[in-house]
Design a protein around this ligand. Structure first.
Ligand SMILES: Cc1cc2nc3c(=O)[nH]c(=O)nc-3n(C[C@H](O)[C@H](O)[C@H](O)COP(=O)(O)OP(=O)(O)OC[C@H]3O[C@@H](n4cnc5c(N)ncnc54)[C@H](O)[C@@H]3O)c2cc1C
Length: 544
């Protein structure tokens, strides 16, 4: 075997959810392990994220007595994911569902504390096997445990928030439940501050807790500024990685295997244009450039789902600033989304991946707008509308318009006023009747999760009738890409002919998703990323 500058049992490219899941398994199997992070910040999109993990039939549900089963989970996945791809095979779905318990129990063994997002439905809860409350997340915790590693975490939300806070707080001043949740968040924040702690929640809580588990307690190493640039292959087996570290090339040998967990190609403009045909407006980690996907491909791995992503509507950013991914706002009453002609084109409240697909199908190059009336602005916290400086810049760039009437707004948006008026009148009729005859907005429990129950007869509909009316420009954004290396049920990289590339594994957005083209429930990316990472490590340990 070649001489390496360093040697570990398991070498992981990346430091997000897939990497942490792999490291957890390696630590638990008493294997030596290093996570190589290409940038100066660790945690990837995972640390920036909502931190939710869709883990059907998980131990927390069992402890709470919430009905679920392996069969229900698999039935649901077959219904909404299908089996059209190697990534979505029955064997991989079973592998995912069957290792949920292992992930949760192993993480708990190393001190990770989870809570359920008990009210969050699957994204198609009415399908056979659909449920409410399958997602879990790491409980908010004190990030001071990280010491100086805190400064290098890819942190975007340094608050001890939780998933179910987000949708309730949006209506903190329009509903009692929202107000109570807002007050409980303030209490939680003060509780951390009063005890000298620095609370973090959602994705940052995941990163903090898993870092503690695998690095601080488990002895895994994490190297920053260490991009993987080449795989080292000997006699057809991947045996290590060539990296740049401290300005020089170093080699890292892997006796058990190399895990490619370097995320998607979210921010690689060239790859985005090639595979998606649009300029990227991603909310993903800036370091996700797709290099580890290319490394897998160069080693002979098959790729799948490269034309897809975890799409979603996003408010266009001012200047060079990133777009703002929107979820709850477009489901709340007194608002609609329209295309450049002033026509609705989809159920605004549907899952983000579905809405993204609909935007792509409808007009992938066109402009879209979210229009709300005065009540939408007054009653609900719209994350994209909070910063007055951003609003000013958006207005100057023509990405935000306001007007006293729908007709005047249409003129400002270069739309035919009569056409937008007709769209609004039709929608207002649906709102009064409580049934959206065009797109069934508000029919699914998923839509209603983000709705306002104080608005009747439909919590997702409310007529647009009170000016001023506001329009924000919406683009096709995403939370990252979902195509990559084809893997089997142990996350082993596969060639086009189905044979295994010895020593090479991939998980998370570096690999083609077990969720195929859809998004079954909250946390459908981080859940499988961590589970398949863990499975890979277990396999590496058993394979010797
Ligand atoms: C705002 C936001 C909210 C989200 N909320 C959720 C949610 O609640 N639930 C959910 O399931 N998903 C959510 N997502 C999506 C989710 O965050 C990602 O799909 C997931 O974190 C991907 O995990 P990963 O481990 O594959 O990649 P990442 O977490 O992105 O980690 C990949 C890491 O690899 C590094 N890397 C890249 N190239 C190299 C290289 N050559 N060498 C070494 N390192 C390299 C990157 O810098 C990065 O740190 C959200 C995303 C965003 C942006």
């Amino acid at each position: 075997m070649a001489n390496f500058d360093h040697t570990f049992d398991v070498v992981i490219v990346g430091s997000g959810g897939a990497a942490m899941g792999t490291a957890l398994g390696a630590v638990d199997e008493k294997l030596s392990v290093v996570m190589l992070e290409g940038t100066d910040k660790w945690g990837g999109s995972t640390a920036m994220s909502g931190g939710g993990m869709w883990l059907p039939n998980n131990p927390l549900m069992q402890r709470d007595g919430v009905a679920d089963s392996r069969e229900a989970a698999l039935t649901y996945m077959e219904e909404c994911v299908g089996s059209d791809y190697r990534a979505t095979s029955r064997a991989r779905k079973e592998a995912f569902v069957d290792s949920v318990g292992d992930l949760v129990h192993t993480a708990e063994k190393y001190g990770v504390k989870f809570v359920r997002a008990a009210e969050y439905p699957d994204y198609y809860p009415e399908l056979p096997g659909g449920r409410i409350g399958r997602a879990i997340e790491v409980k908010p915790l004190d990030s001071k445990v990280l010491g100086e590693w805190y400064d290098t975490m890819r942190l975007t939300a340094p608050l001890p928030i939780m998933t179910d806070d987000v949708w309730l707080i949006q209506r903190a001043w329009s509903t009692w439940a929202g107000f109570k949740r807002g007050a409980s968040l303030v209490r939680r924040m003060l509780g951390f501050v009063a005890t000298g702690k620095r609370g973090v929640g959602i994705g940052a809580a995941f990163a903090t807790a898993f870092f503690q588990a695998v690095v601080a307690k488990g002895g895994a190493q994490l190297w920053l500024d260490s991009p993987a640039e080449e795989l080292i292959v000997e006699d057809g087996r991947v045996v290590g990685v060539r990296i740049t570290r401290n300005g020089r090339t170093e080699t890292v040998g892997a006796t058990r295997g190399v895990m490619l967990a370097g995320g998607g190609f979210d921010r690689n403009d060239e790859m985005r244009r090639e595979h998606h045909g649009i300029d990227q407006e991603s909310s993903g980690n800036p370091g996700n450039l797709g290099v580890p996907i290319s490394l897998g491909e160069r080693a002979g791995a098959a790729l799948e789902l490269m034309d897809d992503a975890w799409w979603g509507a996003s408010i266009d950013g001012a200047g060079d600033s990133d777009p703002s991914f929107i979820v709850g706002e477009r489901a709340l009453p007194y608002s609609i989304m329209v295309d450049q002609h002033g026509e609705r084109f989809a159920n605004e409240a549907e899952s983000y991946v579905d809405l993204g697909h609909h935007m792509l199908e409808h007009d992938k190059d066109g402009a879209y707008w979210i229009i709300g009336d005065a009540r939408h602005a007054r009653r609900y916290m719209r994350t994209y509308a909070i910063d007055p400086r951003a609003n000013k810049a958006l207005k100057a760039e023509g990405k935000l318009a306001q007007a006293k009437s729908i007709e005047e707004l249409a003129t400002k948006l270069s739309m035919d006023p009569a056409r937008l008026r007709a769209t609004v009148d039709r929608f207002n009729g649906f709102a009064r009747a409580g049934i959206d005859d065009d797109f069934a907005r508000g029919k699914s429990a998923y839509d209603r999760y983000y709705g306002d129950p104080s608005v009747v007869p439909n919590a997702n509909l409310g007529p647009l009738e009170k000016g001023p009316f506001t329009a924000y420009r919406v683009v096709i954004g995403d939370l990252g890409t979902k195509g990559g290396v084809v893997t089997d049920e142990f996350a082993r990289a596969l060639r086009e002919d189905g044979s295994v590339i010895e020593g090479l594994y991939s998980a998370g957005n570096n690999s083609a998703s077990v969720m195929g083209r859809t998004y079954p429930g909250p946390g459908s990316t981080i859940g499988p990323a961590a589970v398949f990472g863990l499975r890979a490590a277990r396999f590496m340990a058993s394979a010797g």
